[in-house]
Write a protein that binds this ligand. Structure first.
Ligand code: SAM
Length: 219
């Protein structure tokens, strides 16, 4: 079982973010990141847009697969931490941009082989998510992939109850610490379909509460 109710608090301090995320997901965030990078890069040289790149954990794995990455984040502190972490290794293969996800419609159309959103969509409102997902379609080249990973609701029954019970104390702590808590996405695959994508695969971890959805733009 995982709960990312403390994720917003961790985002406020990039230096504790990576260790904190490993702790609250019992290490599963590393498996998630590895699966995200594997799904995003089908061959060396792929052009990947990473939205909400945070401290650069996924960026590092994308670069290890010889992708060329455009990494955007709205947080200058997160970008600074990622640059410090990857700077010398990344060289010219990564372009860092400080901007919001909603501004991606300013990027060149059809210029990416994959768009990655790892643990970023749940930070957005439903309407922002819908806007961003639609905007990413226009950025993908032919046969380009959307790779989205996030906290979702566990499938119904006892797993859902266990997730809620596990989440409540963490959500209260999150509210007390920073006054805001991210919410699981009710149906990530459905939101991606609604933006005009065809879902190719969906993988789940942690009793179904972490999902990775891979999709392609509908013709
Ligand atoms: C939980 S962190 C995830 C970081 C990384 N992708 C990962 O998987 O570890 C979410 C990141 O998305 C960024 N973010 C959240 N909402 C955003 C938005 N609307 N536009 C740009 N960045 C955003 C935050 O600043 C943060 O760095």
């Amino acid at each position: 079982m995982s709960s990312l109710a403390l994720m917003r608090w961790l985002e406020g301090s990039p230096d504790r973010y990576d260790a904190g995320m490993k702790l609250i997901t019992f290490g599963n965030v590393s498996k998630l990141h590895a699966a995200v990078a594997a799904a995003a890069v089908s061959k060396p040289g792929n052009r990947v847009l990473e939205i909400g790149s945070g401290t650069g954990s996924v960026t590092r794995l994308l670069l290890a697969r010889d992708a060329r990455v455009t990494a955007i984040d709205q947080s200058p502190e997160m970008l600074e931490r990622a640059k410090r972490r990857l700077g010398p290794d990344a060289g010219s293969r990564v372009t860092w941009i400080e901007q919001t996800a909603a501004e991606v419609d300013g990027l060149t159309q059809h210029s990416f082989d994959a768009v990655v959103l790892s643990l970023c969509l749940s930070d957005m409102s439903p309407s922002e998510r819908a806007y961003v997902l639609q905007a990413t379609r226009r950025l993908l080249d032919d046969a380009g992939r959307l790779v989205a990973a996030d906290e979702v609701y566990s499938p119904g029954g006892w797993r859902r109850v266990a997730q809620l019970l596990w989440r409540v104390p963490q959500a209260i702590a999150g509210w007390l610490l920073v006054g805001t808590v991210s919410q699981p996405i009710a149906d990530l695959a459905a939101e991606i379909r609604a933006a005009g994508y065809e879902v190719r695969s969906e993988q789940r971890w942690m009793m179904g509460s972490l999902a990775l959805v891979v999709a392609e733009a509908s013709p």
